[in-house]
Design a protein. Structure first.
Lengths: 380, 269
C-alpha cells in the first residue's frame, strides 16, 4: 500500500504553502484578534484555483479531487484555520450545486464560484437544531409559479459575505408524514434573504458566522436544487462528506501547527541549562502530538481516496472527522502546557490553536454524532 | 510587435529552512548539497516573472534552463507551473564543482543549442554563492550586450530593443539595449506570481528535456572542479560567541573605554 502523495500533489502543496506563508501567515493573528474576514484574500485564492479545486474544468474549476482540496485546506489551516473554514464553507455551496444541480444551474453558478468571484454558502442549521433536520421550521410554498420561502437559519457560515447561498426549507411531508425538505439556491441580491446577527465566536473567527433571515423570499422554480423534497439528501450528502472532509483537513493543519510550534519552543527554551527538548516529559508530549497528527492524516487521506474513487466513504469520513477534531484539543492543550506562561499569552499562536480546535468540534456534526454513525455501521 | 523568444536561467539553492543542515566539504571548500531540499533562487523567480510579463503582454515564448543535478527537475516543473512554456535540465556529473566561468560556458552552450533567443534573463545573484558573475559572463560567451541590477524592463521598437532601468546606490541609470541581450534583475523589478493549481496541472504536459555535456559538445577539460580556474580559498564560520566584559570606573572612564573598544572592533566613531 502506497500512502505517499504523487509528485503533482506535492507540487500543489508547495504552491499553496508558498502563497500561505506570504499572504496569510503574517496576518493570521491580526485577523483573529480583530475578527476580520479577508474577502480580498479569498479573491486571490480564487485566482489561484483554491475556490474551485474539485470543480471540473468545463465549469471553470481546477478539475482536481477532494484529496487536493484537503491539501489546500490543510496548508491554509496551518496558519489560519479561520480562513480555511471560510474557504471550506464556500466549498459546501459549490459542492451542493455541482453534485445536485441541473446543467443550467451548474453553468450559471459554478464558473463565478470556482473562480472566487462569488462566495458560496450552505445554510441548514436552525434554532431547533443542527443534527435534527426534521425539526426544520423554515418553510417554502408555491405561490403563482414561484416559491416563497420563510424562516431563519442560525450558525450559518459565510452568512455575511456569501453571494450564492443554498438553504433548506420544509416544503411538505413525505409518504410517512415526516417533514420533506427542499434545497434552494438564493442569490444575495434577493431582498427576501438578509443577514441577521453576526456571531462573536470563540474560535475560527476569521470565518463569518451568523443568522440568515428568510422573509418572503421569492425564487423561481429554477432555484430548486436536486428536485422537490430532496433537500435532506442535499444537506446530509454535502455535510457528511464535503463538510466532514473539510473539518478533518482543517484539523490536520492545526495539528501540524501545534506540532511545529511545540518542536520550535522545545528547542529554543532553556531550563536547567539545556533546551527543554532534553526532558522526557516534553519529548513524550511531542511524540503524542506527532502520533495524533500522523493518525489523523492517515484516516483523513484514506477516506478521501475512497471519495475520489467514488467509493462509499461516509463512515470513514466520520471517523476521520471525530479523530482529527478531538486530536486538535489534545495537541493544543499539550502545546499550551509545554509553553508554560507563554502558552496563555495571545502574542503566541497556542491559544488560537485551542480556540480554533474548540470551534471545530461541533462543525459538520458533533463528536457524539460521529460515534453514532460509526457505531451504526460497525453494528450493522 | 515581434514575439520574443526568451530564456530564463534558474538555479536551485538550498531552502532557507534547511540551512542548519548545510555543511561544507573540508577538502573542496564547497557546499554539500546532496539531500538538502532546494528552492528556485529567489531572484531567478523575479527573472522568470519579468519574462512571463513580457510574454503575456506581447506574446512569445519563455524557456527555462538550469545547470543542476537531476533533482532540479522539480524546480523546473515549478517554473513550468508558474507559466514557462518549456524547460531544459542541463545535467552531467562532469559539471560538478564548476565555478562561474565553467557554469556560464555551459549555459551559453545550452542557449545556443535550444535555439535563437532574443533575451536571456537571470537573477542578479544566487542566494548561496552570491558571486553575481554568471549573467555578465553569459553575455560575453554569447557575444551579446549584457546589463545587471535591472529594476525595470520595457520592450521598444517592435521588439528589437529594450529600455532597461538599472539600480545604482545613489541613482538609476537607463540603457537602451539592442537585442539579443542578457539582463540580470534585482528584487524590486517585480513581485513573482504565485503558482496556481491550474498551472500545476498544465505543467505536466509541458516539455522538459535533459541535455548532457555530450549533447552540448563540451570539452570536459573546461568543466567541473578540474576545469574551473577559480577555486574556493577557505570558508569558515566566524566566532559569534558572546562575551560580557564589565567596564568599571567613573562615568567618563567607562564612556571612554567603550568608545575605544568599539573603535577597536572596527566601528568608525
Amino acid at each position: 500500500m502506497d500512502f505517499s502523495f504523487s509528485k503533482d500533489q506535492e507540487q500543489l502543496r508547495k504552491a499553496v504553502r508558498e502563497f500561505v506563508e506570504a499572504e496569510v501567515a503574517p496576518f493570521a493573528a491580526k485577523w483573529d484578534e480583530e475578527d476580520i474576514c479577508p474577502v480580498d484574500v479569498f479573491k486571490k485564492m480564487g485566482q489561484l484555483g483554491f475556490a474551485g479545486v474539485f470543480v471540473p474544468m468545463e465549469y471553470g474549476g481546477a478539475g482536481l479531487g477532494y484529496t487536493e482540496r484537503a491539501i489546500v485546506l490543510e496548508e491554509i489551516a496551518r496558519h489560519s484555520a479561520g480562513l480555511a473554514m471560510f474557504l471550506m464553507t464556500h466549498h459546501l455551496g459549490v459542492a451542493a450545486i455541482l453534485h445536485f444541480g441541473s446543467e443550467d444551474q451548474k453553468k450559471k453558478y459554478l464558473p463565478d464560484l470556482a473562480s472566487g468571484q462569488k462566495i458560496g454558502a450552505l445554510a441548514v442549521t436552525e434554532p431547533t437544531g443542527g443534527s435534527d433536520l426534521s425539526g426544520h421550521q423554515s418553510t417554502g410554498e408555491q405561490v403563482e409559479g414561484y416559491w416563497v420561502l420563510n424562516g431563519r437559519k442560525c450558525f450559518a457560515s459565510n452568512s455575511h459575505v456569501a453571494q450564492v447561498t443554498v438553504v433548506t426549507v420544509k416544503t411538505g411531508t413525505d409518504q410517512k408524514g415526516r417533514p420533506a425538505l427542499s434545497a434552494f439556491i438564493i442569490e444575495s441580491d434577493n431582498p427576501g434573504l438578509t443577514s441577521g446577527r453576526k456571531e462573536n465566536k470563540l474560535g475560527l473567527r476569521v470565518s463569518t458566522m451568523g443568522d440568515l433571515v428568510i422573509n418572503n423570499c421569492k425564487v423561481g422554480e429554477d432555484s430548486i436544487l436536486g428536485g422537490e423534497g430532496k433537500g435532506q439528501r442535499v444537506a446530509l450528502g454535502i455535510i457528511s462528506e464535503v463538510g466532514r472532509a473539510g473539518m478533518s483537513a482543517i484539523s490536520l493543519g492545526i495539528l501540524r501547527g501545534c506540532l511545529e510550534e511545540m518542536v520550535k519552543f522545545a528547542k529554543e527554551r532553556k531550563l536547567y541549562g539545556k533546551p527543554i527538548s532534553a526532558l522526557q516529559a516534553i519529548q513524550f508530549s511531542i511524540a503524542e502530538t506527532r502520533i495524533d497528527y500522523e493518525a489523523a492524516r492517515l484516516l483523513t487521506y484514506n477516506a478521501l481516496t475512497l471519495k475520489d474513487t467514488n467509493q462509499r466513504c461516509d463512515v470513514d469520513l466520520a471517523m476521520a472527522k471525530y479523530f482529527s477534531t478531538e486530536a486538535v484539543i489534545r495537541a493544543a492543550k499539550r502545546n499550551i502546557e509545554n509553553m508554560g506562561g507563554y502558552g496563555v499569552i495571545n502574542d503566541y499562536s497556542a491559544g488560537r490553536f485551542m480556540r480554533d480546535g474548540l470551534a471545530g468540534l461541533p462543525s459538520a456534526g458533533a463528536s457524539n454524532i460521529m460515534k453514532v454513525i460509526v457505531a451504526a455501521a460497525t453494528l450493522a | 510587435m515581434k514575439a520574443l523568444k526568451m530564456v530564463v536561467c534558474i538555479k536551485p539553492v538550498p531552502s532557507p529552512d534547511q540551512y542548519h543542515h548545510v555543511s561544507i566539504d573540508p577538502k573542496t571548500k564547497s557546499l554539500i548539497r546532496e539531500g538538502i531540499p532546494t528552492i528556485i533562487n529567489p531572484l531567478d523567480k523575479n527573472a522568470l516573472e519579468a519574462a512571463l510579463q513580457i510574454r503575456d503582454k506581447y506574446g512569445g515564448e519563455v524557456s527555462v534552463i538550469s545547470m543542476a543535478p537531476p533533482a532540479a527537475e522539480e524546480n523546473l516543473r515549478e517554473a513550468l507551473a508558474m507559466g514557462a512554456d518549456r524547460a531544459f535540465l542541463i545535467s552531467d556529473r562532469a559539471f560538478a564543482g564548476s565555478d562561474t566561468l565553467a557554469t556560464s560556458m555551459v549555459l551559453a552552450s545550452a542557449v545556443k543549442k535550444i535555439g535563437p533567443a532574443d533575451l536571456i534573463l537571470t537573477g542578479n545573484e544566487s542566494a548561496d554563492g552570491g558571486t553575481s558573475q554568471v549573467s555578465a559572463q553569459l553575455g560575453e560567451w554569447l557575444g551579446y550586450p549584457h546589463l545587471m541590477h535591472s529594476c525595470g524592463i520595457e520592450v521598444l521598437d517592435g521588439g528589437d530593443s529594450l529600455r532597461v532601468e538599472t539600480h545604482r546606490d545613489q541613482a538609476r541609470v537607463v540603457y537602451i539595449m539592442k537585442m539579443p541581450g542578457v539582463v540580470s534583475v534585482i528584487r524590486s523589478i517585480n513581485k513573482p506570481r504565485f503558482t496556481s493549481l491550474m498551472g500545476v496541472i498544465s505543467s505536466r504536459n509541458k516539455p522538459l528535456d535533459t541535455l548532457s555535456s555530450l549533447d552540448l559538445l563540451l570539452d570536459k577539460a573546461f568543466l567541473g572542479l578540474e576545469g574551473s580556474p577559480t577555486k574556493p580559498g577557505d570558508i569558515y564560520q566566524p566566532d559569534l560567541t558572546r562575551r560580557c566584559v564589565p567596564l568599571e570606573g567613573s562615568t567618563d572612564d567607562v564612556a571612554l573605554a567603550l568608545i575605544q573598544k568599539l573603535r577597536a572592533a572596527g566601528l568608525q566613531l
